[in-house]
Write a protein that binds this ligand. Sequence first.
Ligand code: GDP
Ligand code: MG
Length: 737
Amino acid sequence: MKPSINIALAGNPNAGKTTLFNRLTGARRHVGNYPGVTVEKKEGIFTHNDQDIRVTDLPGTYSLTAYSVEELVARDFIVNEQPDVVVDIVDASNLERNLYLSCQFLELGVPMVIALNMVDVAESRGIEINAGKLSQLLGVPVVPIVARSGKGLDELFDVVIETAKQEKSAQPVLLRYGFDLDQTIRKMIPLIEDNMLLTDQYPSRWIALKFLEDDEQILEKARQKNDAVTQLLLQYCETVTAHLQQTMDVYPEAVIADHRYGYIKSILHQGVVSEKFVGDRLYTSDKIDKIVTHRLLGPLIMAAILYGLYTFTFTYSTTLVDSLASIFAVLSNSIDGMLPDGPLKSMIISGAIDGVGGVLGFVPIIMFMFFGIAVLEDSGYLARVAFMMDRIFHFFGLHGSSVMPFIVSGGIAGGCAVPGVMATRTLRSPKERIATLLTVPFMNCGAKLPVLTLLIGAFFSAHQARYMFLATVAAWLVALISAKFLRMTVLRGESTPFVMELPPYRFPTIRGLVIHTWERTWQYIKKAGTVILGISILLWAMMTYPGLPKEQTVDFEQQRQEVMANSGDIQDSATTPSPGPELTQKQQAALMLINNQEAQAALKNSIAGRIGIALESVSRFAGFDWRTNIALVGGFAAKEVIVSTLGTAYSLGDVDPINSPTLKDRLASDPNWNPVVALAALAFIMFYAPCFVTIVCIAREAGSWKWAFFSMGFNTVFAFLLATAIYQIGMALGLGG
Ligand code: GDP
Ligand code: MG
């Protein structure tokens, strides 16, 4: 006799558990009340294909959070007794609501089979359910049955026995709960795992969720196990709860529930339920979704919204950007007047102010962009974008869960690849995950924005929104094509089905928008004031030292003396024969030229200059001069640094700060720059090696430095080839102006 297997029947009240239980065990039924709890659980044994099966009928529940005794009993049984298979009875005529519980079993990671009950009722109401599709999307077997007549029970228990015998244990399914909660959960998990807080009983992510859902039982158990860690975890929960309260006036429980329903909704949207289905109710959200995620209309609406966002950003931020630039100019001037010439002044003006100012000058654009994105995100539209992109992503060998990491990394503009790379944790297939985390750095993150804006503003100022839109499309194309390439070569393998969550639409609150916009803008400002300031000063030093050798300094000094001495000749010799203290305009111009040449010579001789010049032998194929090279090397530390370094490289030796042109104008009028060079530089900057922090993050998430180095090499080579192609073709066509 084979050893018997244990199964538990779970499901919503009235889903048909008892009917099924009685059918199965009718002949030799053992009814027993469990001691200690009042809620009835029944146990019985039956045989299917010579296999003894012990079955427990659990109390009906809607959820697995310990809010009621039924829920607690059902959950404890499953966690403590660990049945071989949980048979989840789902009422097919009420699919959406019933799947809410299934969703929680998936998150708990228990081995399960869904019995799709009452298909007769569903059919009579014109509801047709594609069980195969549902099973594929959920990743668990789904068997249609009619418990009352016994239809489908043979198939059901064939599958149950098969599942029970599977060696591989079920993995918890990871749902996303929105940016705020996901971030908190990510912080909580290592704390739970490192302290092994209840991890012998539950998955760590599930424990984090229960903390957020304020589950008394889990909290109590955790407190007994390790009070200090529990307090720390609760603090995380309090912080995020306060934040959600402030921004959206909701509690974490509600957000979690919304996302679970979103997950279910998106499954039902993917051809699981036939058209005749109208759901429990036809929500306004569903009506909007019919249009917004329509196969043809959807992408058009999406493109229009993105284009609108860029137009809005550039139209309303220009004046602010210009006034900020003049504020920094005034600041430079006053410091110029206050300090004596020397390294300190040069460091403050060329290193700190030009560097950080260059980055801070873009705050208005960043702020407008973030505001727009906050509207899209808080309203729930961003999730629809992800939903639509799903279809496209699959074709390129990526997964539906790759979409959010792309958007987080700057898929619309202004994200960051670091959280983007971390967000790939929701992907279960390692190959799809690595393909995703290698391609998210191609997005236009917040640090690339100032560079893009600078170059677009300098060379294509008439069509800023259009070029920004094109840059976005280009970023996606390159990312998707690279992903396809990776999935066809080094990361070859099957793709897994995808499911996305569709939260309901909400009206964003002004308060929420303001807070979200400000939070992200502040992050940007903080980075400019700390990391970027440090790197700017370091680069300034590299661009300043070791300075000119003595004989050259003497040489330039001599030239200056000559200009001064010759003043008589230059000026009208008849009126003022001797050199006076007042210099003529021509003299001033001549002196400025000499000073500039000296500064340029010094820059060339500096550490950074030498690196830049050494790289010129390669970079000239793409049209980059040595000063641009310095900026591009600096950009590896952080992409914002490109702007600040260009600022420093082009302003060093500027002797006339009163009339000093902006960096934008300097580039526009520099002989080494033209629209073709600008386009090549744009392409290179968008696609070359990710910044240092992202690289570290890729190494950590991919589990090896191999992929981090691969990313640096692959991206840089690709970006360089692309930039070279643009430059060579553009110049050959005579577009260089
Ligand atoms: P429980 O609360 O999950 O134990 O659900 P019950 O087993 O008590 O069933 C609730 C109701 O649904 C009862 O009236 C059953 O007769 C009915 N029922 C259960 N399964 C089916 C089915 O497959 N088809 C139909 N038409 N009715 C069913
Ligand atoms: Mg019952």
